[in-house]
Ligand binder design. Structure first.
Ligand code: AQP
Length: 333
Protein backbone atom coordinates (compact mmCIF):
# COMPACT_ATOMS: atom_id res chain seq x y z
CA UNK A 1 0.00 0.00 0.00
CA UNK A 2 1.26 3.51 -0.82
CA UNK A 3 2.26 5.32 2.33
CA UNK A 4 4.02 8.64 2.90
CA UNK A 5 6.55 9.41 5.63
CA UNK A 6 8.65 12.49 6.24
CA UNK A 7 10.08 14.48 9.11
CA UNK A 8 11.80 17.66 10.20
CA UNK A 9 14.31 18.17 13.00
CA UNK A 10 13.32 20.49 15.85
CA UNK A 11 16.87 21.80 15.93
CA UNK A 12 16.22 25.49 15.39
CA UNK A 13 13.73 28.01 14.11
CA UNK A 14 11.96 26.82 10.98
CA UNK A 15 12.90 28.42 7.70
CA UNK A 16 11.23 29.23 4.42
CA UNK A 17 13.34 26.34 3.03
CA UNK A 18 11.61 23.85 5.34
CA UNK A 19 8.23 25.25 4.28
CA UNK A 20 8.79 25.33 0.51
CA UNK A 21 11.03 22.26 0.30
CA UNK A 22 9.08 20.04 2.63
CA UNK A 23 5.93 21.07 4.48
CA UNK A 24 4.04 22.42 1.49
CA UNK A 25 4.43 19.03 -0.21
CA UNK A 26 3.41 17.30 3.03
CA UNK A 27 0.13 19.22 2.95
CA UNK A 28 -0.55 18.40 -0.69
CA UNK A 29 0.27 14.72 -0.18
CA UNK A 30 -2.05 14.34 2.81
CA UNK A 31 -4.89 14.71 0.29
CA UNK A 32 -3.34 12.49 -2.37
CA UNK A 33 -2.58 9.47 -0.16
CA UNK A 34 -4.67 7.50 2.32
CA UNK A 35 -1.91 7.26 4.88
CA UNK A 36 0.60 10.01 5.61
CA UNK A 37 2.92 10.22 8.61
CA UNK A 38 4.77 13.43 9.49
CA UNK A 39 7.23 13.26 12.30
CA UNK A 40 9.06 15.72 14.51
CA UNK A 41 12.40 13.93 14.49
CA UNK A 42 13.68 14.87 17.93
CA UNK A 43 16.13 11.95 18.01
CA UNK A 44 17.84 13.35 14.92
CA UNK A 45 18.01 16.77 16.55
CA UNK A 46 20.17 15.50 19.41
CA UNK A 47 22.91 14.30 17.05
CA UNK A 48 24.25 17.77 17.84
CA UNK A 49 23.84 19.40 21.26
CA UNK A 50 20.34 20.67 22.07
CA UNK A 51 19.39 22.51 25.20
CA UNK A 52 16.61 20.34 26.75
CA UNK A 53 14.18 23.20 27.42
CA UNK A 54 14.67 24.51 23.89
CA UNK A 55 14.23 21.06 22.39
CA UNK A 56 10.87 20.79 24.14
CA UNK A 57 9.80 24.24 22.88
CA UNK A 58 10.93 23.55 19.34
CA UNK A 59 9.22 20.19 19.22
CA UNK A 60 5.91 21.88 20.05
CA UNK A 61 6.66 24.76 17.69
CA UNK A 62 7.24 22.35 14.82
CA UNK A 63 4.03 20.48 15.60
CA UNK A 64 2.19 23.82 15.61
CA UNK A 65 3.84 24.72 12.31
CA UNK A 66 2.67 21.47 10.72
CA UNK A 67 -0.91 22.20 11.74
CA UNK A 68 -0.77 25.92 10.92
CA UNK A 69 0.59 25.12 7.44
CA UNK A 70 -2.44 22.94 6.76
CA UNK A 71 -1.82 19.42 8.05
CA UNK A 72 -4.95 18.00 9.60
CA UNK A 73 -4.10 15.79 12.60
CA UNK A 74 -7.27 13.79 12.03
CA UNK A 75 -6.04 12.80 8.60
CA UNK A 76 -2.24 12.88 8.70
CA UNK A 77 -0.47 11.15 11.59
CA UNK A 78 1.57 13.79 13.44
CA UNK A 79 3.92 12.67 16.20
CA UNK A 80 7.39 12.98 17.65
CA UNK A 81 9.94 10.29 16.96
CA UNK A 82 11.02 9.55 20.54
CA UNK A 83 7.42 8.70 21.46
CA UNK A 84 7.58 5.69 19.12
CA UNK A 85 10.44 3.54 20.45
CA UNK A 86 10.27 1.25 17.39
CA UNK A 87 12.28 3.89 15.46
CA UNK A 88 15.41 3.31 17.51
CA UNK A 89 14.79 -0.43 17.72
CA UNK A 90 14.73 -0.77 13.94
CA UNK A 91 17.66 1.65 13.65
CA UNK A 92 19.84 -0.76 15.60
CA UNK A 93 19.13 -3.54 13.13
CA UNK A 94 19.93 -1.15 10.27
CA UNK A 95 23.18 -0.11 11.97
CA UNK A 96 24.15 -3.74 11.47
CA UNK A 97 22.98 -3.84 7.84
CA UNK A 98 24.52 -0.57 6.61
CA UNK A 99 28.22 -0.71 5.72
CA UNK A 100 30.87 1.71 6.97
CA UNK A 101 31.80 2.44 3.35
CA UNK A 102 28.24 3.60 2.61
CA UNK A 103 28.16 5.88 5.63
CA UNK A 104 31.55 7.34 4.72
CA UNK A 105 30.08 8.63 1.47
CA UNK A 106 27.34 10.73 3.11
CA UNK A 107 28.06 14.34 2.21
CA UNK A 108 25.86 15.77 4.96
CA UNK A 109 28.03 14.16 7.64
CA UNK A 110 31.11 15.66 6.03
CA UNK A 111 29.45 19.10 5.88
CA UNK A 112 28.18 19.00 9.43
CA UNK A 113 31.17 17.38 11.10
CA UNK A 114 33.49 19.67 9.19
CA UNK A 115 37.22 19.30 9.72
CA UNK A 116 36.74 18.08 13.24
CA UNK A 117 35.08 14.71 12.60
CA UNK A 118 36.79 13.24 15.68
CA UNK A 119 34.61 15.48 17.84
CA UNK A 120 31.33 14.66 16.06
CA UNK A 121 28.89 12.38 17.90
CA UNK A 122 28.51 8.75 16.87
CA UNK A 123 24.83 9.59 16.40
CA UNK A 124 25.61 12.19 13.74
CA UNK A 125 27.49 9.55 11.79
CA UNK A 126 24.74 6.95 12.20
CA UNK A 127 21.94 9.46 11.47
CA UNK A 128 21.16 8.14 7.95
CA UNK A 129 20.55 4.61 9.32
CA UNK A 130 18.05 6.04 11.81
CA UNK A 131 16.46 7.95 8.93
CA UNK A 132 16.16 4.70 6.98
CA UNK A 133 14.46 3.19 10.02
CA UNK A 134 12.04 6.15 10.26
CA UNK A 135 10.94 5.51 6.69
CA UNK A 136 10.98 1.72 6.51
CA UNK A 137 9.31 1.23 9.89
CA UNK A 138 6.13 2.20 8.04
CA UNK A 139 7.09 0.55 4.74
CA UNK A 140 6.75 4.06 3.34
CA UNK A 141 6.72 4.20 -0.44
CA UNK A 142 7.05 7.98 -0.85
CA UNK A 143 9.20 10.49 1.04
CA UNK A 144 8.76 14.19 0.26
CA UNK A 145 12.07 15.97 0.95
CA UNK A 146 14.24 18.81 -0.29
CA UNK A 147 17.08 18.19 -2.71
CA UNK A 148 19.64 17.98 0.14
CA UNK A 149 18.07 14.76 1.45
CA UNK A 150 18.25 12.83 -1.81
CA UNK A 151 21.40 10.94 -0.85
CA UNK A 152 19.88 9.78 2.42
CA UNK A 153 16.81 8.39 0.67
CA UNK A 154 19.11 6.53 -1.72
CA UNK A 155 20.90 5.03 1.29
CA UNK A 156 17.49 3.99 2.64
CA UNK A 157 16.94 2.04 -0.58
CA UNK A 158 20.36 0.42 -0.28
CA UNK A 159 19.60 -0.66 3.28
CA UNK A 160 16.18 -2.02 2.27
CA UNK A 161 17.70 -3.96 -0.63
CA UNK A 162 20.49 -5.45 1.48
CA UNK A 163 18.12 -6.40 4.30
CA UNK A 164 15.69 -8.03 1.84
CA UNK A 165 18.54 -9.86 0.13
CA UNK A 166 20.36 -11.00 3.29
CA UNK A 167 17.21 -12.34 4.93
CA UNK A 168 15.46 -13.56 1.79
CA UNK A 169 12.40 -11.38 2.24
CA UNK A 170 10.48 -8.60 0.50
CA UNK A 171 9.61 -6.86 3.73
CA UNK A 172 10.91 -3.42 2.79
CA UNK A 173 9.82 -1.44 -0.28
CA UNK A 174 12.10 0.63 -2.53
CA UNK A 175 11.09 4.06 -1.30
CA UNK A 176 10.80 6.92 -3.81
CA UNK A 177 12.02 10.38 -2.86
CA UNK A 178 9.48 13.03 -3.93
CA UNK A 179 11.50 16.10 -4.88
CA UNK A 180 9.30 18.37 -6.98
CA UNK A 181 8.71 21.97 -7.89
CA UNK A 182 10.56 25.26 -7.54
CA UNK A 183 11.03 25.02 -3.77
CA UNK A 184 13.25 21.97 -3.46
CA UNK A 185 16.47 23.92 -3.02
CA UNK A 186 16.12 27.33 -1.39
CA UNK A 187 19.47 29.05 -0.92
CA UNK A 188 20.84 31.48 1.65
CA UNK A 189 19.89 35.13 1.09
CA UNK A 190 23.52 36.08 1.67
CA UNK A 191 25.25 33.43 -0.44
CA UNK A 192 23.58 31.76 -3.41
CA UNK A 193 25.84 28.71 -3.17
CA UNK A 194 24.77 27.72 0.37
CA UNK A 195 21.40 26.24 1.29
CA UNK A 196 19.11 28.29 3.50
CA UNK A 197 19.58 26.65 6.87
CA UNK A 198 18.24 26.85 10.41
CA UNK A 199 21.71 26.67 11.80
CA UNK A 200 23.44 29.34 9.66
CA UNK A 201 25.18 31.80 11.98
CA UNK A 202 23.66 34.74 10.11
CA UNK A 203 19.97 35.35 10.75
CA UNK A 204 19.93 37.59 7.66
CA UNK A 205 20.67 34.50 5.53
CA UNK A 206 17.22 33.03 6.08
CA UNK A 207 13.55 33.84 6.41
CA UNK A 208 12.28 32.25 9.60
CA UNK A 209 8.69 31.11 9.81
CA UNK A 210 8.50 33.23 12.96
CA UNK A 211 9.63 36.46 11.21
CA UNK A 212 7.13 39.30 11.11
CA UNK A 213 6.38 41.37 8.00
CA UNK A 214 8.99 43.94 8.92
CA UNK A 215 11.76 41.34 9.29
CA UNK A 216 10.79 39.63 6.03
CA UNK A 217 10.89 42.97 4.21
CA UNK A 218 14.26 43.89 5.68
CA UNK A 219 15.87 40.56 4.82
CA UNK A 220 14.60 40.53 1.25
CA UNK A 221 15.63 44.16 0.75
CA UNK A 222 19.14 43.30 1.95
CA UNK A 223 19.36 40.00 0.07
CA UNK A 224 22.43 39.75 -2.11
CA UNK A 225 21.78 40.41 -5.81
CA UNK A 226 23.64 41.53 -8.92
CA UNK A 227 23.25 44.76 -10.92
CA UNK A 228 21.41 43.29 -13.93
CA UNK A 229 17.72 43.21 -14.75
CA UNK A 230 15.93 39.86 -14.57
CA UNK A 231 16.02 37.77 -17.75
CA UNK A 232 12.86 36.58 -19.43
CA UNK A 233 14.05 32.98 -19.66
CA UNK A 234 15.42 30.54 -17.08
CA UNK A 235 18.59 30.07 -19.11
CA UNK A 236 19.52 33.69 -18.27
CA UNK A 237 19.74 32.81 -14.54
CA UNK A 238 22.38 30.15 -15.07
CA UNK A 239 25.37 32.01 -13.65
CA UNK A 240 23.38 34.23 -11.31
CA UNK A 241 22.78 32.07 -8.20
CA UNK A 242 21.37 34.88 -6.02
CA UNK A 243 18.98 36.13 -8.70
CA UNK A 244 17.96 32.56 -9.45
CA UNK A 245 17.23 31.93 -5.78
CA UNK A 246 14.94 34.96 -5.42
CA UNK A 247 13.08 34.06 -8.61
CA UNK A 248 12.76 30.48 -7.36
CA UNK A 249 11.29 31.70 -4.09
CA UNK A 250 8.87 33.93 -5.99
CA UNK A 251 7.84 31.08 -8.28
CA UNK A 252 7.43 28.61 -5.42
CA UNK A 253 5.38 31.02 -3.28
CA UNK A 254 3.09 31.86 -6.19
CA UNK A 255 2.77 28.22 -7.32
CA UNK A 256 4.25 28.82 -10.75
CA UNK A 257 7.15 27.37 -12.65
CA UNK A 258 10.27 29.55 -12.94
CA UNK A 259 9.49 29.96 -16.65
CA UNK A 260 6.01 31.36 -16.06
CA UNK A 261 7.29 33.60 -13.28
CA UNK A 262 9.95 35.01 -15.60
CA UNK A 263 7.36 35.77 -18.24
CA UNK A 264 6.01 38.28 -15.71
CA UNK A 265 9.34 39.34 -14.17
CA UNK A 266 11.66 39.49 -17.19
CA UNK A 267 13.16 42.96 -17.69
CA UNK A 268 12.47 44.15 -14.14
CA UNK A 269 15.26 45.55 -11.96
CA UNK A 270 15.67 44.26 -8.39
CA UNK A 271 14.40 47.62 -7.13
CA UNK A 272 11.05 46.72 -8.62
CA UNK A 273 11.11 42.95 -8.10
CA UNK A 274 12.11 42.88 -4.43
CA UNK A 275 9.00 44.77 -3.18
CA UNK A 276 6.83 42.34 -5.20
CA UNK A 277 8.59 39.45 -3.50
CA UNK A 278 8.15 41.04 -0.07
CA UNK A 279 4.41 41.45 -0.65
CA UNK A 280 4.02 37.90 -1.84
CA UNK A 281 6.07 36.43 1.02
CA UNK A 282 4.20 38.39 3.66
CA UNK A 283 0.81 37.46 2.17
CA UNK A 284 1.68 33.78 2.00
CA UNK A 285 3.55 33.40 5.29
CA UNK A 286 1.86 35.67 7.81
CA UNK A 287 -1.37 33.63 8.12
CA UNK A 288 0.76 30.58 8.98
CA UNK A 289 2.83 32.49 11.52
CA UNK A 290 -0.28 33.94 13.16
CA UNK A 291 -1.98 30.54 13.37
CA UNK A 292 1.20 28.98 14.75
CA UNK A 293 1.31 31.55 17.56
CA UNK A 294 -2.34 30.94 18.35
CA UNK A 295 -1.82 27.18 18.59
CA UNK A 296 1.24 27.59 20.80
CA UNK A 297 -0.87 29.30 23.44
CA UNK A 298 -2.19 25.84 24.34
CA UNK A 299 0.78 23.47 24.57
CA UNK A 300 -1.29 20.84 26.39
CA UNK A 301 -3.44 20.50 23.26
CA UNK A 302 -0.32 20.15 21.07
CA UNK A 303 0.99 17.44 23.38
CA UNK A 304 -2.35 15.63 23.09
CA UNK A 305 -2.18 15.76 19.29
CA UNK A 306 1.36 14.34 19.33
CA UNK A 307 0.38 11.62 21.79
CA UNK A 308 -2.62 10.55 19.72
CA UNK A 309 -0.42 10.54 16.60
CA UNK A 310 2.19 8.37 18.32
CA UNK A 311 -0.48 5.83 19.26
CA UNK A 312 -1.64 5.61 15.64
CA UNK A 313 1.95 5.41 14.38
CA UNK A 314 2.76 2.53 16.75
CA UNK A 315 -0.20 0.54 15.45
CA UNK A 316 1.47 0.51 12.03
CA UNK A 317 5.04 0.21 13.31
CA UNK A 318 4.76 -2.60 15.85
CA UNK A 319 3.82 -5.42 13.42
CA UNK A 320 6.52 -4.32 10.95
CA UNK A 321 9.17 -4.32 13.68
CA UNK A 322 7.95 -7.75 14.76
CA UNK A 323 8.35 -9.09 11.22
CA UNK A 324 11.83 -7.58 11.09
CA UNK A 325 12.80 -9.26 14.37
CA UNK A 326 11.41 -12.57 13.08
CA UNK A 327 13.54 -12.27 9.91
CA UNK A 328 16.65 -11.52 11.97
CA UNK A 329 16.08 -14.46 14.33
CA UNK A 330 15.37 -12.70 17.60
CA UNK A 331 13.53 -15.06 20.00
CA UNK A 332 10.32 -13.81 21.59
CA UNK A 333 9.61 -11.08 19.05
N1 AQP B 1 17.00 25.34 1.96
C1 AQP B 1 16.15 24.35 1.75
N2 AQP B 1 15.53 24.21 0.57
C2 AQP B 1 14.66 23.20 0.35
N3 AQP B 1 14.35 22.28 1.29
C3 AQP B 1 14.95 22.37 2.49
N4 AQP B 1 14.87 21.64 3.62
C4 AQP B 1 15.68 22.18 4.55
N5 AQP B 1 16.30 23.25 4.07
C5 AQP B 1 15.87 23.41 2.78
C6 AQP B 1 14.04 20.44 3.77
O1 AQP B 1 13.37 20.51 5.01
C7 AQP B 1 13.23 19.19 5.53
C8 AQP B 1 13.67 19.13 6.96
O2 AQP B 1 15.02 19.38 7.09
P1 AQP B 1 15.73 18.98 8.45
O3 AQP B 1 14.95 19.38 9.60
O4 AQP B 1 16.15 17.57 8.41
O5 AQP B 1 17.02 19.75 8.42
P2 AQP B 1 17.37 21.12 7.77
O6 AQP B 1 16.30 22.11 7.97
O7 AQP B 1 17.85 20.80 6.41
O8 AQP B 1 18.56 21.42 8.72
P3 AQP B 1 19.47 22.63 8.67
O9 AQP B 1 18.70 23.83 8.22
O10 AQP B 1 20.71 22.30 7.92
O11 AQP B 1 19.75 22.79 10.18
P4 AQP B 1 20.56 21.83 11.10
O12 AQP B 1 21.92 22.42 11.12
O13 AQP B 1 19.89 21.87 12.40
O14 AQP B 1 20.59 20.46 10.49
C9 AQP B 1 14.04 18.27 4.61
O15 AQP B 1 13.15 17.62 3.74
C10 AQP B 1 14.92 19.20 3.88
O16 AQP B 1 15.25 18.71 2.61
Amino acid sequence: TPRVFSGIKPSGGLTLGNYLGAVRRFVAMQHEFDQTLYCVVDQHAITVWQDPAELRDRTRELAAFYIAAGLDPKKAILFNQSAVPEHSQLAWVFNCVARMGWMNRMTQFKDKAGKNAEKASLGLYAYPALMAADILLYQATHVPVGEDQKQHVELTRDIAAKFNHDFGTELFPMTEPVIQGAGTRIMSLRDGSKKMSKSDASDASRINMSDDAEAIARKIRKAKTDPDALPSEAEGLKDRPEARNLVNIYAALSNQSVETALAELGGKQFGEFKPMLVDLAVTELSPITTEMRRLLADTAEIDRVLQAGATRAREIAAPILKQTYDCVGFVGA
